[in-house]
Design a binder for this molecule. Structure first.
Ligand SMILES: NC(=O)c1ccc[n+]([C@@H]2O[C@H](COP(=O)([O-])OP(=O)(O)OC[C@H]3O[C@@H](n4cnc5c(N)ncnc54)[C@H](OP(=O)(O)O)[C@@H]3O)[C@@H](O)[C@H]2O)c1
Length: 321
């Protein structure tokens, strides 16, 4: 599958990137959301992603207070990747901080990334900062103008907030490159809440996070409902409707269709889920599945290697509505 442009920038990315929250380390709150992995495993995961054709990685300050950034950089180095050979996206954590901390903490981001540049710097969420969004966006624009980051993005922004971000950045001579939001076969809110339409109009890339719904869309919980007991605490709590017996029964027809479609292409159910996300919306949406095993990263990369027929895409569309 062809590389895509990140927004209107000259940064090229594969339609699938690797989500690196799984590199947060075992001693922080991220473990409530994902299955954290050791550094050695992370290196194997990054190697599998690279081998499969993944050319960019998404991390964040919040993923273990820089731990994920450090582990990613170490893994890239171990894999022989030179700075600039892949793209790296990270995020600033707004909670309880003013916009000035964007400027103050960019040195930490770059230090944790150990020589790999910040290709995309994102405001992790629109709430929680002690400064307004315009001040945060102007601080990001200043970093871009100073060449400390290549592009500016946001995350979890609504359509209205995207318009604001685009306007404030444009006044500073900087483009809004991306909005990172939750998108999957079971989370299609962007089609209704204006985010998709706004992204297309403004030339902004949407980065789909949790595109596998934490593994639900691989069919593993349908295969073995007992596995839901081992899901990370927050997944069990926030996903309790989806992971309950009734929830799994509700999505079973979709998973059954995905199994049939997957078998026809010689791929897995999870690959069908990822392929749908990166093709359903044309070039606008790219996805960043997470992986706690090299095999999962290889599978994620393999989702770029086939094409769903129009009939298959239509069936998935219907069943996931
Ligand atoms: N901007 C934000 O607010 C935000 C929020 C959440 C996430 N993110 C980003 O999005 C990335 C991905 O999100 P996510 O990790 O929450 O969800 P996800 O990509 O939907 O799910 C990833 C999990 O699915 C399971 N999985 C992956 N491949 C599999 C396979 N082939 N077979 C079976 N299970 C498989 C693994 O679970 P196990 O490890 O349990 O096996 C893996 O950790 C994160 O790493 C992060 O970079 C951003």
């Amino acid at each position: 599958m062809k590389a895509r442009r990140l927004g209107t920038t000259d940064i090229e990315i594969s339609p699938i990137g690797l989500g690196c929250m799984q590199f947060s380390g075992t001693r922080n709150v991220a473990r409530l959301m994902i299955r954290p992995i050791e550094e050695e495993t992370a290196t194997a995961v990054v190697r599998a992603a690279l081998d499969g054709g993944i050319t960019w990685f998404d991390t964040a300050e919040m993923y273990g207070a820089g731990n994920s950034e450090e582990v990613l950089a170490a893994a890239l180095k171990e894999c022989g990747v030179a700075p600039g050979q892949v793209a790296v996206a990270t995020k600033w954590a707004p909670l309880g901080r003013t916009a000035a901390s964007i400027t103050r903490t960019i040195g930490d981001r770059l230090a944790h990334l150990g020589g790999y540049p910040v290709d995309l710097h994102q405001i992790h969420m629109p709430t929680g900062s002690l400064s307004g969004l315009p001040a945060q966006l102007r601080a990001m624009a200043a970093l871009a103008r100073a060449g400390r980051i290549r592009a500016v993005g946001v995350s979890n922004f609504s359509a209205r907030q995207m318009v604001l971000a685009h306007r404030v950045l444009a006044a500073e001579g900087v483009a809004l490159a991306a909005n990172q939001v939750r998108i999957s076969l079971l989370r299609r809110d962007i089609e209704r809440d204006g985010v998709l339409e706004t992204a297309r109009r403004l030339g902004v890339t949407l980065i789909a996070y949790s595109p596998l719904d934490g593994g639900l869309l691989t069919g593993r919980y349908h295969d073995d409902p007992e596995l839901t007991r081992n899901a990370p605490v927050m997944r069990r709590f926030f996903g309790r409707r989806d992971l309950s017996t009734r929830g799994l029964a509700r999505t079973a027809p979709l998973i059954d269709a995905m199994r049939r479609i997957a078998a026809g292409h010689g791929v897995t159910v999870g690959q069908v889920a990822l392929n749908w996300v990166i093709t359903r919306y044309g070039d606008t949406v790219v996805a960043i599945p997470g992986a706690s095993k090299p095999r999962q990263a290889a599978e994620a990369a393999g989702a770029m290697g086939f094409t769903l027929t129009a009939a298959e895409a239509g069936e998935l569309d219907e069943l996931s509505r």
